[in-house]
Design a protein around this ligand. Structure first.
Ligand code: G6P
Length: 607
């Protein structure tokens, strides 16, 4: 949700800022802009829409200067147009903001009463005015920023430039991420390590409430009390090539095909195949005392949590509550002391999930987090950090992060069951064995890519699509529908197969494709009965099952997708693949923007 990059350097920065934005575009693409400073003058280029529009603008406009800030926007306050595009300038202050200033209205009224004129509808512009006003009143830039930060409510990351200060850039963060990078005679600000990857590998993560004075020869971080603090400079390990598509047409496609490798990688850090045991990262928690787990997440991560509920209840016999983060906090959930609250997030920075985490901590919960970005706020706040090793996920629609989350959650469920004394060593070894089979099964599922591409035309013209599943395949039905909605803009709903007769069956006609997920196993027959109910009403069925299931019930479907035989434990991991591929190929057939679907952003750092 909005990406920020800033450079205070030795060479002109405009092109390097633009390149930084390319690595951040996944965070938002409603508009983009760059502002540089030279000889006491700001130069600014901004464009609505994607970066290629800004590129065209930069071809017309020279942005001289060896320091500058840049921004890619996911619109919150104000439509995506040029006046609302960052950087914003007020008097002698230019800034870019990621996040939301919740009290912007009252601040704006106060500033307007003071005679200040606003040029945009954004909340961010008030911050530039606040700082500029403090400077007009005699403060230097550093004092001005320090004075106004405490007046801002909300979650944000900001980078500032000052017209009369060619040696100064200031960054600040609360809630949203910001890193500072150390170079040779130059320094950087960035929303993440990848933004800075080709510039430097040495970065410091600002902590919540920190702000930083960045000069060419160094930087000084201050905490929220404005006291100087040291934050460790670490090797980021981020690689710019991780955000390149290689031979793939889209990031989403690349990420779908990375799944055998990244799931294997993730599992490798949770399993000891030699002795058939599951091991969680080092922690000093006693999981045997846990008798309630509350899972909270958003979007695709929430569906991973729904699958985990089945596993945790089945293996560990621990009651699981699950909720989307945006609802959880506001329904005043009952959280008994000593419960475990489990947060799942690819980015580790989704604002709703983070707020739910803080709330759970206040309510005395032990905090566990399944997170793909190990330096994220959620990762840092967890008592039990369960990392996924999916690598950077750039496609807005989550794919490989989901299957890696499932791998970790299965390991967690087994570990909890062991801790509760409900799983024998043999059963644990059995689980390890089946999880180890997942990468190969995913590979086999990927072999059906061409078949799935060939059936995209069955779904692409539809206005509505239903996905049905039962048991742990029900969340997969929800995930399949979400993937299709996100990238092909076709209205799709996932339903528990048995619930169909209580409403959605009324939607069935020959124009509504119904995707049925039914691996052979305990739920097969019941799901197939629900499928027959659809067929009896003229519904067009795309049936996803294994060879045995297809043989039993595949006749009469408009298309079938054969999945490998897989143990029920890993079926949700394997069945994620065909729903991802189907959504992908339908979107390609429709010509939509697969990696950057309209109105969405990868990490949503506003509530
Ligand atoms: C956004 C993304 C989704 C993602 C969700 C949760 O809506 O578009 O793909 O599932 O956020 O993100 P998180 O980073 O918390 O998993």
């Amino acid at each position: 949700m909005c990406g920020i990059v800033g450079i205070i350097g030795k060479e002109p920065v405009a092109q390097r800022l633009f390149d930084g934005l390319k690595r951040l575009e996944y965070r938002g693409y409603d508009s983009a802009g760059i502002c540089t400073l030279e000889n006491g003058d700001f130069s600014r280029a901004r464009a609505q829409g994607k970066l290629h529009n800004l590129k065209a603008e930069l071809e017309e406009k020279d942005l001289p200067g060896t320091l500058g800030i840049a921004h890619t926007r996911w619109a919150t306050h104000g439509v995506p147009n040029v006046p609302n595009a960052h950087p914003h300038i007020a008097g002698k202050v230019a800034l870019v903001v990621n996040g939301i200033i919740e009290n912007f209205k009252s601040l704006r009224e106060e500033l307007q009463a003071d005679g200040r004129e606003f040029l945009s509808e954004t909340d961010s512009e008030v911050v530039a005015h606040l700082v500029d006003r403090e400077m007009e009143r005699g403060k230097d830039p550093q004092e001005a920023v320090a004075a106004i930060l405490s007046r801002l409510h909300g979650a944000f990351a900001i980078a500032f430039l000052f017209q009369d200060e060619p040696e100064l850039m200031i960054g600040a963060r609360r809630g949203a991420p910001l890193t500072v990078g150390a170079g040779e005679g130059e320094n950087y600000l960035g929303s993440d390590a990848i933004a800075l990857a080709p510039l430097t590998q040495k970065i410091a993560y600002l902590e919540d409430g920190d702000w930083v004075v960045v000069k060419r020869d160094g930087f000084q971080i201050y905490d929220s009390d404005n006291d100087p603090v040291e934050r460790e400079l670490v090797e980021s390990g981020a690689s710019a090539s991780a955000v390149e598509k290689g031979n793939y047409r889209h990031f989403m496609q690349k990420e779908i095909f990375e799944q055998p490798a990244v799931v294997a990688n993730t599992l490798a850090s949770y399993m000891r195949p030699i002795d058939g045991t599951v091991a969680l990262p080092d922690n000093d928690l006693d999981l045997s005392t846990i008798d309630r787990v509350t899972i909270v997440a958003c979007g695709t991560s929430y569906y991973a949590g729904m699958v985990a509920k089945y596993w945790i209840e089945k293996f560990a016999r621990v009651a699981v509550d699950i909720d989307v983060a945006s609802e959880f906090r506001y329904r005043d959930p009952v959280l008994e002391k000593g419960g475990l609250a489990l947060f799942i997030s690819q980015s580790g920075e989704t604002a709703d999930t983070l707020a739910a985490l803080d709330h759970s901590r206040e309510q005395g919960q032990i905090i566990a987090a399944v997170v793909n970005v190990p330096t994220s706020a959620m990762a840092r706040e967890a008592d039990l950090l369960l990392p996924t090793h999916a690598g950077p996920e750039i496609g807005v629609a989550s794919t490989k992060a989901f299957t890696c989350q499932l791998a970790v959650l299965a390991a967690f469920a087994a570990n909890l069951a062991r801790a509760k004394g409900l799983m024998s060593a043999d059963e644990e070894a059995e689980i390890v064995k089946h999880l180890q089979e997942a990468p190969e099964a995913i590979n086999e599922a990927l072999n059906h890519d061409d078949d799935i591409a060939a059936m995209a035309h069955l779904v692409a013209p539809a206005r509505d699509v239903l996905y049905l599943g039962r048991g742990p395949d029900y969340p997969l039905a929800l995930e399949g529908a979400l993937k299709l909605k996100e990238i092909s803009y076709i209205h799709a709903e996932g339903y528990a197969a048995g619930e169909m007769k209580h409403g959605p069956i009324a939607l069935i006609d020959e124009d509504v494709p119904v995707i049925v997920l039914a691996p052979s196993g305990p739920y097969f027959e019941k799901t197939v009965s629900n499928m027959q109910e659809v067929r009896a009403r003229g519904g067009k069925i795309i049936f996803i099952s294994d060879a045995k299931g297809l043989e039993e019930a595949g006749d009469g479907c408009v298309a079938t997708i054969e999945m490998p035989e897989a143990h029920p434990l890993i079926q949700p991991i394997v069945y994620a693949v065909p729903v991802q591929l189907l959504a992908y190929h339908v979107a390609v057939a429709k010509g939509t923007d697969v990696d950057q679907p309209r109105n969405l952003a990868k990490s949503v750092t506003v509530e």
